[in-house]
Write a protein that binds this ligand. Sequence first.
Ligand SMILES: [Zn+2]
Length: 58
Amino acid sequence: MPTTGFWPRVSRCRWCANPVLRDNDGAWIHANLAYVCRDRSGGLAATTAEPEVTRRAD
Ligand SMILES: [Zn+2]
């Protein structure tokens, strides 16, 4: 099996740390199917799902 690309299939949101994955259009979406991040109190945040950047091991 070749490696399947740069991002793992499920990553973690860099803003809210919830799991994020790609929707059918290739856009990142949270595992709870919301594009917009929510803070701990459940309020909408100003950020949308985006995977955290992981350093490649050298
Ligand atoms: Zn998020």
